[in-house]
Design a protein around this ligand. Structure first.
Ligand code: FAD
Ligand code: AMP
Length: 476
């Protein structure tokens, strides 16, 4: 039996960050992870680095270059010959980015003297005393036992499977498959117009696929500001993404050359034929093989580990963070919970403001937001003022030839405190950081309006939207 102060189960952005912070605080830390790369070797970094945030952004960037070359540069007076895409090379680049980063995580854990174990961590029944035991079941069938006063469950999430479209890894794939096609499918179907469906649909559309996205809900992107979701919907259509709302997939049939996808909408039953089908209907908490019941750790009705505001489970000394618990399934949320838990274990004070977790959808233009939406505020009856500023009026956006979208700031009508910031436009993912910082310091729209912003920058649009809250935008 090996003894530690902390055992972290899972090395995604929740787990590995927690392990590093715990080690920084002087705690003897172990981190167990089960992920195996396609070459059969352990790869740290979880969903995010291996089949999520990083490879999807690598392909979004590659495919954006292709789109720009083919459609965006002529207006700048740049003409190129025919654009050719080497998918194998594009995939190899993406794989290399993933490999660099997963190896980087291994290096960081080593540097911080975190002991890593490749295999499944299985919680064990309490054996008395105040420690917890975790069995590591290695991939070669051997096992060993670790003990610690604190265990952090960071086992992440897995794609939701639907019986009407069983993933076969060939014609019907999940996110991992859709990030590794060896050729551009002529016709691509996507089930689910959520963040993942839209990002993956965008990648393959830009590379030349005809894309149809089937979405059961009647509205596009329910969590997004309504005005922005409407504008984005129109833009996706212009880009050639066919999004069918209110379309519930009821069955699929894999034939020799295609997949027939049956769906129902208000006008009846339909069939579309596609070459590949991506199932992107959401993700669910992953506790497979963890055996939470052994240690008496309670799960909710959606299979998530139940935690309080400080990520404590019902069992003293067992904590849980990231996608396996409540809250948005976002890498940065998982990491911040990891830091907070390590600090709490070390006896420090820690707090995560879940209300200030930013969201980003990496389509083009990007959609990013933090805080409350207009429709949510209306439902609560809170009085607020709105300031908007279109990128069309931004000198920097005009210069770049990327003028779609806007910034929208919602501020309390009485105190002027910023309650929500919604950005739709190029680099929204970067711009939202200023909004998060402002809101973390409980800034008013007036505060933001009085801060000097460099010219010409896209960030000036935030400044102008803050001025617009008080009806005094200069450039619009
Ligand atoms: P995970 O990253 O899922 O890691 C969990 C790890 O635990 C895995 O390595 C798993 O193998 C391991 N594990 C599970 N059970 C055990 C066990 N019993 N023993 C040992 N190891 C175990 N989020 C963003 O913020 N931005 C994005 O741009 C973004 N893009 C995404 C794109 C796609 C296509 C997908 C699928 C997801 C994306 N996400 C994005 C979501 C993000 O990947 C997750 O929110 C994040 O990975 C959650 O981190 P985690 O540490 O909780 O879990
Ligand atoms: P997200 O949870 O953001 O990844 O989005 C997944 C989306 O898939 C949701 O908007 C669901 O409404 C949608 N969805 C789930 N099941 C189906 C189905 N059978 N047909 C079409 N869309 C679906």
């Amino acid at each position: 039996m090996k003894n530690f102060d902390v055992i972290v189960i899972g090395a995604g952005p929740g787990g590995y960050v927690c392990a590093i912070r715990a080690a920084q605080l002087g705690l003897q830390t172990a981190c167990i992870d089960a992920w195996l790369a396609p070459n059969g070797k352990p790869a740290l970094g979880g969903t995010c680095l291996n089949v999520g945030c990083i490879p999807s952004k690598a392909l979004l960037d590659s495919s954006h270059h292709v789109h720009d070359l083919a459609h965006g540069l002529a207006a700048h007076g740049i003409t190129v010959g025919s654009v050719e895409v080497d998918i194998a090379k594009m995939m190899a680049r993406k794989d290399k980015v993933v490999q660099n980063l997963t190896r980087g995580v291994a290096g960081l854990l080593r540097k911080n003297k975190v002991a890593t174990f490749a295999g499944h961590g299985v919680l064990q029944a309490a054996a008395g005393g105040d420690g917890h035991t975790v069995e590591v079941r290695a991939h070669d069938g051997t096992s060993e036992r670790l003990q610690a006063r604190h265990v952090v469950v960071a086992t992440g999430s897995v794609p939701v499977a639907i019986p009407v479209a069983p993933v076969d890894g060939d014609r019907i794939v999940d996110n991992a498959g859709a990030l590794s096609f060896s050729a551009v499918p002529a016709r691509l179907g996507v089930i689910g117009a959520g963040v993942i469906g839209l990002e993956l649909g965008s990648v393959w559309r830009r590379l030349g696929s005809e894309v149809v996205i089937l979405e059961a809900m009647p509205e596009l992107l329910p969590p997004v500001d309504r005005q922005i979701a409407r504008e984005a919907g129109k833009s996706f259509e212009k880009q050639g993404l066919e999004i069918r709302l209110g379309a519930k997939v009821t069955g699929t049939e894999v034939n020799a050359n295609c997949v027939e996808v049956r769906f129902e909408d208000a006008s009846g039953s339909h069939v579309v034929e596609v070459d590949r089908l991506v199932v992107a209907v959401g993700r669910r908490a992953n506790t497979e093989g963890l055996a939470p019941e052994n240690a008496g750790v309670a799960l909710d009705d959606r299979g998530r580990v139940i935690v309080d505001d400080h990520c404590r489970t019902n069992v003293p000394g067992i904590w849980a963070i990231g996608d396996v618990v409540r809250g948005p399934m976002l890498a940065h949320k998982a990491s911040e919970e990891g830091v907070a838990v390590a600090e709490l274990i070390a006896g420090q004070a820690a707090h995560i403001d879940h209300a200030l977790v930013p969201w980003v959808i990496y389509t083009h233009p990007e959609i990013a937001w933090v805080g409350q939406t207009e429709h949510a505020l209306r439902e609560t009856g809170r009085e607020f003022r709105v300031g908007t500023f279109p990128f069309m009026a931004s000198g920097r956006a005009q210069g770049a030839g990327d003028t779609e979208g806007m910034v929208k700031i919602l501020a309390d009508a009485a105190s002027d405190e910023i309650l929500g910031v919604h950005i739709y436009g190029a680099h929204a993912s970067e711009l939202v950081a200023e909004a998060v910082t402002a809101m973390a310091f409980r800034a008013s729209a007036e505060d933001l309006a009085r801060i000097v912003h460099a010219h010409p920058t896209l960030a000036e649009a935030l400044h102008e939207a803050a001025l617009a809250v008080d009806g005094r935008a200069i450039h619009f």
